[in-house]
Design a protein around this ligand. Structure first.
Ligand code: SAH
Length: 382
């Protein structure tokens, strides 16, 4: 705890010039698509037709939209359906119930997404930025810094692709329909605010405008950018907010979540309670359990006092150690005692499962390295 990482000067600005991709239909709402289709000299109904393919049937390749006349298809594809994500690698584990996809974007930037199949639901974890500028020292994504923001369509396309995987029946024992989306992949979603909100609108709009997911089933996870949390509360959306707290005291949180040097624990919790009041939605407090760092009984008690009586739920995440990290996960008895104390304070608390660990697809492990050892995938239980 000697030197604190610096807070990125401007949390919304990528470190090098952003190379956004060409516009895609998922960047636009239906009216926008209709206007563009008309501009191309095509009948307006074509906008619904391609939207139906993409959001309704999860067809991402224009060549497969065979009910479109070839010439129209070509014109529309060129203007509205650029290829945004090129699969570099897909890994599965947990008997096929967890699948991680590594994507190369048009400019060579790499991002990852994860699909998790459960008995009653299918969740995808998507990235909102290539890299991340928040510099949390225990998170793999934070180590390399921010490359750039993703476009709205680059965010949406990850969910549409993985919804297609689920629909194909690839995740045995799970529903075929994608139901939940969490913004817990690479990046800080609220640092890419406008594009993330537009992506949420596409995810919740009914087909053919969007994927038709329930707002309640979308979770935006943040380090705690207070003005952006307040802005999100004022949108006509009521998605679930997850706050990556990780420490109940400023001393430690300044180190674990460097943006705390700008917005303190009290301030960020205030914004979270306002969010809960405005939306009626319980805020999820994320807390990675790090051995001998933030897992002491007194910190559980302090956290319990901060959260008691609030519309909050604590999600403890066993730390997934990242390469070269000096930190480890808390031992199970320590974790159990932490849970016990929070519950005794009246705070609802659960421990998150550690899906995807052996494919580096668990929380905080997404680093999007192209050269990692692919043999591990073969060695993972299939
Ligand atoms: N930037 C956002 C979303 C990305 S991370 C945020 O920070 O909330 C999603 C969650 O995984 C966050 O709660 C994050 O703090 C947590 N996380 C990061 N690295 C982790 C690690 N190594 N082990 C466990 N959880 C981690």
């Amino acid at each position: 705890m000697t030197s604190l990482p610096l807070i990125p000067a401007a949390t919304d600005k990528p470190t090098r010039r952003a190379a956004m991709p060409q516009q895609h239909l998922a960047d636009l709402d239906l009216a926008g698509r209709q206007a563009l289709v008309a501009e191309l000299g095509e009948p307006a109904f074509r906008a619904k037709q391609i939207s139906n393919h993409y959001f309704g049937r999860l067809v991402r390749d224009p060549q497969l939209m065979t009910d479109l006349p070839a010439a129209a298809r070509e014109r529309l594809a060129e203007r509205l359906m650029p290829r945004l994500l090129t699969a570099v690698r897909e890994l599965t584990c947990d008997d096929g119930a967890t699948r991680k996809a590594l994507w190369r974007l048009h400019d060579g930037a790499l991002v990852e997404s994860v699909l998790m199949g459960y008995e009653d639901r299918v969740t995808v974890c998507i990235s909102s930025q290539a890299g991340c500028g928040m510099a949390c020292p225990f998170c793999a994504t934070g180590q390399a810094g921010l490359t750039r923001n993703l476009s709205t369509a680059e965010i949406v396309d990850q969910a549409v692709y993985l919804a297609g995987v689920a629909a194909s029946g690839a995740v045995a024992g799970s529903p075929a329909r994608l139901s939940h989306v969490v913004f817990m992949g690479m990046g800080e979603p609220l640092a890419n605010y406008a594009r993330v909100v537009a992506a949420i609108r596409r995810l919740v709009a009914p087909a053919p405008e969007g994927l038709g997911l329930s707002q309640r089933h979308i979770t935006v996870s943040t380090v705690g950018l207070v003005p952006a949390i307040r802005r999100l509360a004022s949108e006509d959306l009521s998605v679930t907010l997850a706050l990556s707290l990780h420490a109940p005291d400023d001393d430690l949180r300044d180190e674990l979540v460097p943006v705390n040097q700008r917005w303190k624990v009290a301030e960020v919790l205030d914004a979270a309670w306002d969010y809960a009041a405005r939306t009626g939605r319980r805020v999820s407090i994320e807390y990675a359990m790090i051995k001998d760092v933030n897992d002491q009984p007194w910190r559980a008690d302090l956290l319990g006092r901060l959260l008691a009586g609030k519309l909050a739920h604590v999600n403890l995440i066993p730390l997934n150690p990242t390469p070269g990290s000096r930190w480890d996960a808390s031992p199970k008895p320590v974790e159990r005692e932490f849970v016990r104390r929070l519950r005794a304070a009246g705070v609802s608390t659960t421990v998150r499962d550690t899906r995807g660990r052996e494919i580096d697809g668990a929380c905080g492990q997404l680093a999007a390295a192209e050269d990692s050892d692919t043999d591990r995938a073969a060695a993972a239980p299939a």
